[in-house]
Design a protein around this ligand. Structure first.
Ligand code: FES
Length: 110
């Protein structure tokens, strides 16, 4: 195990989040949007890197695997957090997700 690796933390039940859909979870001081789309799970910081918009309030496109910032429309890749369109140019943080039984776990990446 790598030193300083964050633990997985149970954040939701599978049945809590429709597909496609999302929910906002708190991990320590971090606000993370947990996303369920096309049978997959993703977790991103709830912060648009353009001007701090709340990604959890933006629409998800399960086919393109994106979430759109509700403020000015920047799109981010659900898998990597990469900024795909302006006005955002920097990625938001993407975190690891795993499902065990009915529980969804997130592990923060720094
Ligand atoms: S704050 Fe997200 S696009 Fe401007």
């Amino acid at each position: 195990m790598v030193m300083n690796e964050q633990p997985y933390v149970a954040v939701a039940n599978v049945s809590d989040v429709v597909d496609p859909g999302s929910t906002l979870v708190e991990l320590g001081e971090r606000l993370v949007v947990l996303i369920h789309a096309a049978g997959h799970w993703y977790a991103l910081d709830d912060v648009c890197t353009h001007d701090g918009g709340p990604l959890s309030e933006g629409p998800i496109d399960p086919l393109l695997c994106t979430i759109t910032c509700p403020r000015h429309g920047a799109k981010f890749d659900l898998r990597t957090g990469a900024a795909l369109t302006l006005p955002a140019t920097k990625p938001t943080s993407a975190h690891e997700v795993k499902v065990e039984g009915e529980k969804v776990f997130v592990r923060l990446r720094t």
